[in-house]
Design a protein. Structure first.
Lengths: 260, 94
């Protein structure tokens, strides 16, 4: 594996003229869409202070918000926790442009004919956004994100295409790069699975291309998370802080749903 | 207690499924092939009814099919099924 899997890099002012390029991410022709300067850097700094205040009270936490995949066998708890955490995230973004709404507006520009909503099931809203904190030495093993086969008992698993948006609220000084491999999950890969999280490195041994990226504070990336990816260990004192939100759609459906 | 992990394959009834075995605990007493028949004695999947007698094939397919699970094996029954406590295991991603 040596070839570079090219990214698409645009400025937030160039979204409209690049609206059709998201398909190239879905199809894996490019590794990632990086939207530079998507979110105000000063707002990022305010959010970081608020997160630091939560860390000061709660200690060493790895995430703020709720993730569906950590509740696969506890669906009722997922919706309960999603509701309980809604105010926490609202407080973190209070008085600022809510980055989740900004992501929804962005999706409306990419898909003008589709309705963009937070996913709902039986009248209950899914969680909307999870902030992940990576401290010195933290990493994420090679993994892929896809509820279509990971969480079949959730409504969002019915959609054919899933994408992942990640906003960089704070970038680590060193390390913390995102590495994307041009290899998507297949059933036979399960033999490489780690029992706790992700997959062994062998799962990407026949991948022909990869991309290694380190966006700046305020940048937003969109990836097709069925392609394997990993986060390299964070080095330096500054923690890596990101806001993640998934979205899914069917080619012929009128709706795009988001969740975390 | 022997433990094996893997993805739920073909669901044969409301309580029995084929497990595509990917991991085996070091020190298991028995050897396990790449596909084993598992009979559920208990699960931690909240989307399934509390009473396993109320499980149906369709419901188990809907909730467990393809899922990565841990099977703690209590015994092998007369039909050759491994009677197990079946629980969700790990995350393939976020």
């Amino acid at each position: 594996m040596s070839q570079t899997w090219s990214p698409i890099i645009i400025d937030h002012k160039e979204i409209q003229k690049n609206a059709k390029r998201l398909n190239e991410i879905v199809e894996g022709r490019f590794s990632v869409l990086i939207i530079k300067n998507f979110y105000d850097v000063n707002s990022c700094k305010i959010i970081i202070n608020r997160i630091n205040s939560i860390i000061g009270k709660q200690g060493n936490i790895k995430k703020i918000g709720v993730s569906l995949v950590s509740h696969i066998n506890r669906k009722a708890d997922y919706f309960l926790h999603a509701e309980n955490n809604r105010k926490t995230l609202q407080d973190i973004f209070f008085g600022l442009e809510d980055p989740r709404k900004k992501i929804h507006s962005l999706l409306a520009e990419f898909f003008p004919n589709k309705e963009i909503t937070i996913a709902e099931e039986n009248g209950k809203k899914y969680a909307c956004g999870v902030i992940r904190l990576h401290e010195l030495g933290d990493s994420a093993f090679i993994h892929r994100d896809n509820v279509r086969f990971e969480a079949k008992n959730f409504y969002v698993s019915q959609f054919l295409t899933q994408l992942s948006t990640v906003l960089y609220i704070q970038q680590s000084e060193k390390g913390g790069e995102l590495v994307l491999y041009k290899k998507s999950w297949r059933k036979s890969d399960e033999k490489f699975r780690n029992i706790e999280f992700g997959y062994k490195h062998n799962v990407v041994s026949n991948s022909t291309k990869c991309a290694r990226i380190k966006p700046n504070q305020g940048d937003l990336i969109i990836i097709n998370p069925i392609f394997y990816h990993e986060i390299l260990p964070v080095k330096g004192k500054k923690r890596r802080i990101t806001l993640g939100l998934f979205l899914a759609f069917s080619n012929y459906g009128k709706k795009i749903v988001t969740w975390s | 207690m022997d433990i094996i992990w893997g993805n739920v394959g073909k669901v044969l009834s409301g309580q029995i499924f084929e497990l595509n075995v990917t991991h085996r605990k070091d020190g298991n007493k028995n050897k396990y092939s790449d596909t084993e028949r598992i009979k559920i004695s208990k699960t931690d999947f909240g989307s399934l009814p509390a009473d396993i007698n109320n499980y149906t094939k369709e419901l188990v397919e809907q909730v467990l099919s393809g899922t990565f699970v841990k099977c703690e094996i209590k015994e092998k029954d007369q039909e050759g099924n491994y009677v197990s406590l079946v629980s969700h295991s790990g995350q393939g991603g976020y």
